[in-house]
Design a binder for this molecule. Structure first.
Ligand code: COA
Length: 204
């Protein structure tokens, strides 16, 4: 498996990246910000993405978004093709995109919003901490990305204070990484709680 910083030679993978992201969101029945191949190509062109390939076969992807005049960056669009899941690939991709983010934008805070337990675990191990949305970028362009998510009404209802996603932030000024393993049960509970409040689901 090769995990490399993507470039224009990877344009041919833009469509499969978008399709895999969209299909996975459908299967999970969860919200996701939609991406177009043109948008992905921009990330490939400016060296702000990491792609995993097994030979010629697409295996995984993640990209960097820059917000608030480089005060914040987000590692977004993490996707591992179903054929390659549960082998530690997401963790490797996130490690690579994290390294790329800290070398290109050493002063930026790195953040993400996610409903995914796997992503919360990986972020936590990288040194991210769960935070309220008020600690994330207030760049309206970032929050516009949520408009294509099926839970956007929740974000609107709460005046952008909270949603089904959990915000997580890595602050380069707070260097100490946690050596503790994240407590998945806490994240799972938080997720169920939010779903029951915002979506009025019976979680029992
Ligand atoms: C989420 C996703 C990226 C995980 O990829 P992966 O390569 O299977 O993940 P890894 O094998 O690196 O697993 C990392 C950790 O998460 C855990 N994990 C993986 N999938 C999980 C799941 N569905 N639920 C809970 N934990 C999960 C693993 O057990 C591992 O934990 P460990 O370090 O304690 O062993 C992949 O399932 C995917 O592409 N899903 C659809 C898109 C998506 O949800 N993207 C995230 C949007 S924010």
């Amino acid at each position: 498996m090769d995990i490399v910083i993507a470039n224009e030679s990877h344009f041919k993978y833009a469509q499969i990246i978008c399709d895999t992201i969209a299909k996975s969101a459908q299967v999970r029945g969860t919200g996701i910000a939609k991406r177009t191949p043109e948008y992905i190509n921009k990330k490939l062109s400016n060296g702000n993405a990491v792609i995993a390939l097994e030979g010629d076969k697409f295996a995984g992807f993640c990209y960097i978004e820059v917000w608030g005049h480089e005060k914040y960056v987000a590692n977004s669009g993490l996707i591992v093709h179903p054929d390659y899941r549960n082998q530690g690939l997401a963790k490797k991709i996130k490690n690579e995109i994290f390294k790329l983010s800290t070398s290109k934008f050493p002063d930026a805070k790195i953040f993400g919003i996610t409903t995914g337990l796997a992503v919360m675990k990986i972020n936590y191990e990288l040194g991210y901490k769960p935070v309220t949305f008020s600690e994330l970028t207030d760049d309206p362009e970032f929050w516009k990305g949520c408009q294509t998510c099926k839970n956007f009404d929740v974000l609107t209802r709460t005046e952008q204070k909270m949603c089904l996603c959990t915000g997580m932030l890595y602050d380069p000024k707070v260097k100490a990484k946690s050596t503790k393993k994240p407590n998945s049960k806490v994240y799972q509970k938080l997720k169920s709680l939010k779903e029951s409040i915002f979506l009025k689901k019976n979680t029992k």
